[in-house]
Ligand binder design. Structure first.
Ligand code: PLP
Length: 253
């Protein structure tokens, strides 16, 4: 066998065993917090992951992937087009990429500003369709993260609810990541509290909003705090970066 074939067989085994572990972690976390396993969806965060490796996970039974860069969708799409995959956009979305990204995704999880909502609406109207969106909130108050600030959520919803092409399905956050577990919890709690605040408002009829939170490092905490969708990359596909600043969204977008 060629080096590639040996390497690929190894990767395949590794990814399948990683997936099993991640599902176990989700299941255990659900049990610990008395939640239904069916309340939590797994999204594969596949930035920098090549199509052959994504294919392994899809053939093992996954069906939801998230990308951070529009170019990566376009590059990988052709190689995966025989598979049934649902695609979400989870990175920072530039207004000039809206038209391109809409070719691939059923949901934008990173709606973080009015200008983006306007541009999405303009394009969707042209195409005569609507799309699911999650509002991204900066719950860690770090400059390195995108997302609207928590105190802006109610006015933001007021501004975007007039766009009938945007179906508000939930909230998304990249919580504060830290080696200390309890330092990571407040961002996650905050996202849940923001959702509950939205529910207290009578002037919008938003209900059943999903919380997209939890990554390789904070999956269990996120589920304890009510996550409905965990977005996992590293624990399935391995490390992407060697640098320290992996959580600067400016560098990965
Ligand atoms: C990369 C990424 C993830 C996955 O993070 P891991 O730590 O690799 O599991 C989740 N959400 C977003 C927005 C990402 O960019």
């Amino acid at each position: 066998m060629s080096h590639y074939a040996v390497n690929f067989a190894c990767m395949k085994e590794k990814i399948i065993s990683n997936l099993r572990q991640v599902h176990q972690r989700i299941e255990d976390a659900c049990k610990m917090s008395g939640r239904q396993r069916s309340d939590v969806t797994l999204l594969l965060a596949v930035k920098t992951v090549t199509p052959d490796l994504i294919r392994i996970a899809i053939e093992a039974g996954e069906n939801l992937i998230g990308e951070n860069k529009v170019q990566e969708f376009s590059a990988k799409h052709a190689a995966l087009k025989d598979l049934t995959i649902e695609r979400h956009f989870i990175g920072h979305l530039q207004t000039n990429k809206v038209k391109e990204v809409l070719k691939y995704v059923t949901c934008i999880q990173s709606l973080d500003r009015l200008g983006l909502a306007q541009e999405l609406d303009r394009q969707l109207q042209k195409e005569n369709r609507s799309i699911d969106v999650f509002i991204q909130i900066n719950t860690s108050f770090e400059e390195s993260k995108f997302g609207i600030t928590p105190d802006q959520i109610l006015p933001f919803i007021e501004q975007i609810k007039k766009y009938e092409t945007l179906k508000i399905k939930g909230l998304m956050t990249i919580g504060l990541l830290d080696v200390e577990k309890e330092k990571m919890r407040p961002s996650l709690t905050l996202l849940r509290e923001i959702r509950d605040l939205i529910y207290t408002q009578k002037n919008n009829n938003l209900k059943d909003l999903k919380l997209s939170m939890g990554m390789s490092q904070d999956l269990e905490l996120a589920i304890e705090e009510g996550s409905n969708m965990v977005r996992i990359g590293t624990s399935i596909f391995g490390n992407r970066f060697l640098g320290k600043e992996i959580w600067n969204e400016n560098l990965i977008s």
